[in-house]
Structure formats: C-alpha cells, structure tokens
Design a protein around this ligand. Structure first.
Ligand code: ADP
Length: 635
C-alpha cells in the first residue's frame, strides 16, 4: 500500500505561488534569505521550548543551519536542526495561506500589478519563494521530540504530496531541485556572498562544506573522498542588536529588518538602544516603509515585535509590548532581567513588561518625532502608510496625547490638494492675532470638506480651517479637545465664535441685526419645514450659499451617523438646524413668493440642497427633482 497522500493547494495559495514565481523572478536570490529566516525562526523556537524541556535537544547539539550542495543531483539543501514539523503542520503551514484578505487582495490586482514585484512582495514571500528557482521542492522534517519524519513535496503547480520519510536529526531540510538555468546557486562563492549580504546577523551559525582543496593534476584518481567534509561558518552568527552601533552599517540593519519582518521593501527608519539601570534591555525598532497587504483587513494583527530574554527568543510579544496604535512597528526587545521561562500569562499584568512597553512607546515616538523634524519627506511617507493608525493613539494613549498631537497631519483650507498636509504647530504659528480656537471641519471625503458651505465666512476672513475628511477623524476629534492651550472648535457645530478676530464685535452686531430683520422669514421657513429641522436661524457661516445644516456641540456628525447606521448600529438621530443666508437671491425669492405651494417647495429645496452639500443622500430624490423642475418651469 502506498503511503503517499496527495493534497491540493488552497486556491489562494496556488495563485500567490504563481504570482511570486513570475513577478519576483528578477529578485530571485531572495529565496535564500527567506528560507534561512524560516530556519532561524525554527531554531529560535526550539531553543525556547528547550528551556522547559531539555530532552527536546536530544543528541543533536545546538540548533544550527547548514547549506548542502549536491552538484550532480543539482540540488541545494537548506538544513536546520530547529523545531521541525509534524505531518499535520506540514500540510497546514505549507498548503494554505492563513491571512485574511488574501482573496480580495488578489481579486483587486490588475494584470500589470500582477507583474509588480513591490506589490507582490507585500505578501511577505516566505517559503514559496523556493519555487522561483526550483521546479520541485522537498521538505523533510522531523519534529523535535518525535521519531517520525515526513516528506512534503511539490512542483508548485496544483498539488503537494506527503509521505513518511527518514531523517536522522530533528529539524527540517528544504531541498531545492534547481531549474536548469539556476546553476549559479550550486556555486559555493555565490551562496557565501548571499549569506554575507542577507543573513550575516542571524544569531545561528550557517555552515557549508569547504570546497575540496585544489588537487594536483593526475592525483585526482587516487584521492580518497573525505568521509566528513570540513564545515566552515559563513556568517557572523551574532544577533545584530547585540553589536555596538558603530559596528553596524545601514545595509546590515536593512538585511536584519527583512529577516524579522519578511518584508520585501526596506525599512523606512529605525532606532537601536541599549538601556542600563533598573532594567537592562536592548531594543531595535523599525518603522516599515508601507503597510502589509492585510494590515487593513486584520485590525487585530499584532505581529512583529519579538521578545528575547538574554538572546533567547521567547515569543512574539507585540500585544504585550506595543500599544495598539503603534502596531505597525517591527523589531526586537531583548531583556536581561526577565526569567527565561516567562510565559504568556506572566507577560500579562507584569510591571517589568509594562515598563518595557512604555520604553518601546517612548522610543517609537522619539523616532517619529525625529523623522517629522528632520526628514519631512520620509515622515510623509510614514504618515500616508500609517497616519490613520497613529490617530487611534489620541484616545488610546492619553499620557502621550500631546506628543501624538504634534505628530498629526491634516489638510486645511490652505491646501490645494488632499495630500498637502499641515501640523497643528504650523497651524497655530499661522493663527492671526485674536484667533482663540483651532478651527476644523469634519466631512466624508476631501471634496465634501473643501467645498463645504460652512467654510465660507471663515474663508472670506482669511481664517484657516483644518479639513478632517477621513473616517477616523470624527471619532478622533472627540478626544482631541485642545492643542497648545487652544481649544479645537468644530465649525459645523453650535454657534460660530470668532473670538477676538478683527471685526468680531462688528460681525456679531450685524448678525443680531440680520436675525432681527429676518425673523418673519425664519418663522415662515420653520412652518414650512416642520419636523425636518430642530431650528431655523440666520447664519454667520455663509456668504455665498443659501443654506447649510448645523448640529449642536455634542451631536454626532451627520456622516458618522449614516456610517454607523449602515454598519447596523442603532444611533440617535439628532435633528440638524437649518441656517440661512437671507442675502441670497433664493431667500429673497422665497420672501417674495405669493403662491403657497411654491413657497413650500422652495423651503424644502433649501433644506434638501443643504443635505446634498453635506454629502447626505436625499430621502425622496424623485420628489426633489419634481420640486426643482416645477420651480425651474415657473421661473
Ligand atoms: P511565514 O514564515 O510568513 O509564516 P512561510 O510560508 O515562510 O510563511 O512559512 C509558513 C510556516 O511554515 C512558518 O510559519 C513555519 O511555521 C513553517 N516553517 C517554514 N519553514 C520552516 C522550518 N525550516 N522549520 C520549521 N517550520 C517551518
């Protein structure tokens, strides 16, 4: 009876494999870095499990990695004595992609994008990169502590097989049957230089057989083949973060970043610190250049900050050591003080961990702060990738609220485009004498914000207004109450207070007079609109538009109400007030209109226009068209 089982790859896996093979071909040598990274992770895991169960080490010595070339069979083997995998693990880890959002990400790719290495690299590449250079890949693995070994094998098209195998040591071997044109990866010097370039500071030794000493002509026949070829260590095998900063070059940091993050792109910036005192630890923290493809889908994704204790990898402890709003950070924290057998439970509610967490937070904010001050372009790149996540910090981390507020960037009425951004500090520096508050407007999208009628009067006075047009902004602005001692004021809510701006007094007086003069007009509109509005009043905000909708100070913004309702939440629906501009011709027309029915039509159209300007869908679009047409024809 054959013991070979055949399994089909999950559909997404097949597609990712195909894309990786085709689009990453021009960067084919990354397969070695990826497979060595996996081997190093497996060695890390073994070392951790062996802390509590030394028997796992058996007679197989310290975990290490070895490259084995078989020139005749044209195979390259990446062998590790790490944790290994059992049958089920082989099937699950190497047959499926357990990342939510993969399917929709793939569906969105255009044909051109499918060839874009940077884009496809967002998958994190990993094990499947083996198929860039190999037309068949075998993985033979034996889980530490078990006697069984298994062989996983595939040509990377649709299926893979799993069958029992022999393996003397614990750990895994990835055997690449190289494609005909990939002979270079059988060359010792190619492998050596790739290891130096990409994997020098992996903490485990990477060994390879020394090439046989050059033999004299004629002696070759008699030469005894060596029983055990002599091995040489190809890499430094010292964990990068343990080295003095002065000895580390940027390329080393970048190679190490790729090793821990499996990112295809470079890191944007990093900070490397050794702290000695009450607690001794080293942190090496990286800001990625861009978000992984599933970052948006997987809000709970908290991966990428590795906790080591005295050089021994303990676990991914992002959840314990990174606040949620900094979940994009990648890196390593190595503590000298925590116990080696630290468990997940112990990490919860642990004062030492809390201290590490605030240190990581502080270092990260320092790094972002430095980028913002010294490398504006890089900071914008960071902001475009992760600004939306950082904004969550405004409510999440009140202790650092001021620092986070300094890192925020917004569009404003001084921006010609949505991506022309300003800091709160810049805004405050530009505030004219007499302006007391930081004015802002929230809206659903840049266009709705930039064209909002609410802005008219402030624009006419040359007062800058921040345009908060992203989804999270409405919620965030609820927590961002002030900056630099100046209150934040939403101009679409409550009375518009012009503070001590020039002519504020005069404007107030004019407004009172206009309100008095328009009292009958306001009354008539109120009657016509009835239940639709809370109130009708003369606006201080409008100069060009006839009308706009205004909420009370603590009402939830209209677009947010709509969003919450669409998501199935039961939210209160406070009625907006209608503000009018009595100088506008439409209101003059309303006043002059003698026909009762037409008067009512005009009143409702004024309300509906204000809804449209705010981005709201109309309750009765057909009625709106009928009213407009009837008014047009009467004109
Ligand atoms: P990732 O490393 O991003 O999870 P990979 O496709 O590279 O994705 O690997 C999938 C999984 O297979 C790994 O998470 C790991 O559990 C397992 N794996 C890969 N290589 C090895 C190895 N050499 N030893 C043990 N497990 C491995």
């Amino acid at each position: 009876m054959s013991q070979v089982e055949t399994h089909a790859f999950q559909a997404e896996t097949r597609e990712v494999l195909r894309l990786v093979i085709h689009s990453l071909y021009s960067h084919k040598e990354i397969f070695l870095r990826e497979l060595i990274s996996n081997a190093s992770d497996a060695c890390d895991k073994l070392r951790f499990e062996a802390v509590t169960d030394a028997s796992l080490l058996g007679d197989d010595g310290d975990p290490a990695i070895e490259l084995v070339v078989n020139a005749e069979a044209r195979t390259l083997e990446i062998r590790d004595t790490g944790i290994g995998m059992g049958r089920q693990e082989l099937i699950e880890h190497l047959g499926t992609i357990a990342r939510s959002g993969t399917r929709s990400f793939l569906a969105q790719l255009s044909e051109a994008q499918k060839g874009d290495a940077q884009l496809i690299g967002q998958f994190g590449v990993g094990f499947y990169s083996a198929f860039i250079v190999a037309d068949r890949v075998d993985m033979i693995s034996r889980r530490a502590g078990s006697n069984e070994a298994w062989r996983w094998s595939s040509d990377g098209s649709g299926e893979f097989t799993v069958e029992p195998a022999e393996r003397a040591q614990r750990g895994s071997s990835v055997i690449l049957h190289l494609k005909p044109e990939e002979d270079e990866f059988l060359q010792a010097w190619t492998l050596k230089s790739l290891v130096r370039r990409y994997s020098d500071h992996i903490a485990f030794p990477i060994r390879m057989a020394k090439p046989p000493a050059a033999v004299e002509d004629g002696e070759a026949e008699d030469a005894e083949p060596a029983a055990q070829p002599e091995l040489e260590v190809l890499n430094e095998a010292k964990a990068l973060w343990t080295l003095p900063k002065a000895e580390i070059q940027d390329v080393d940091y970048q190679a190490f970043y790729k090793h821990i993050s499996h990112d295809f792109a470079d890191a944007l910036a990093w900070t490397h610190n050794r702290v000695e005192g009450n607690q001794n630890f080293t942190s090496l923290l990286f800001v990625p250049e861009r978000a992984p493809f599933d970052f948006q889908f997987d809000r709970d994704q908290r991966k990428g900050l590795k906790l080591y204790v005295k050089r021994v990898f303990i676990m991914d402890a992002s959840e314990q050591m990174l606040p949620s709003y900094l979940r994009f950070m990648r890196g390593v924290v190595d503590s000298d003080d925590l116990p080696l057998n630290v468990s997940r439970e112990l990490l919860q509610n642990n004062r030492q961990i809390d201290k590490l967490k605030s240190a990581v937070t502080r270092r990260t904010l320092d790094l972002l702060d430095r980028l913002a001050r010294e490398e504006g372009e890089k900071y914008l790149q960071f902001w475009n990738a992760f600004g939306g996540v950082l904004k969550e910090g405004v409510s999440e981390d009140t202790a650092n609220a001021e620092r986070i507020a300094r890192l925020l960037r917004f569009a404003s009425t001084k921006s010609a485009k949505a991506d022309e951004l300003h800091s709160l500090e810049d805004y405050v520096a530009r505030m004219p004498a007499g302006q007391k508050a930081i004015y802002y407007l929230t809206a659903d999208g840049w266009a709705a914000a930039a064209n909002s009628p609410q802005l008219e009067a402030l624009k006419a006075r040359g007062v800058e207004v921040l345009l908060l047009h992203e989804r999270i902004d409405e919620w965030m602005s609820g927590y961002l109450r002030e900056f630099d001692g100046k209150p934040m004021k939403n101009i679409a809510k409550g009375e518009l207070d012009l503070g001590d701006l020039p002519d504020a007094e005069e404007a107030k007086k004019q407004h009172e007079e206009a309100s008095k003069a328009a009292a009958p007009l306001v009354e008539a509109l109120k009657t016509a609109l009835g239940e639709r509005v809370r109130e009708v009043r003369v606006s201080q905000r409008l100069t060009e538009s006839p009308s706009c909708l205004v909420l009370e100070e603590y009402d939830m913004a209209l677009h947010l109400q709509r969003m919450m309702r669409a998501a199935g939440h039961d939210v209160p629906a406070p009625k907006p007030s209608l503000e009018i501009n009595p100088q506008h011709a439409l209101l003059k027309r309303f006043e002059a209109e003698a026909d009762g029915e037409r008067r009512e039509q005009l009143a409702i159209v004024l309300f509906e226009q204000a809804q449209l300007a705010e981005g709201a869908p109309l309750e009765d679009p057909v009625g709106f068209i009928r009213r407009i047409n009837s008014l047009l024809l009467a004109a």
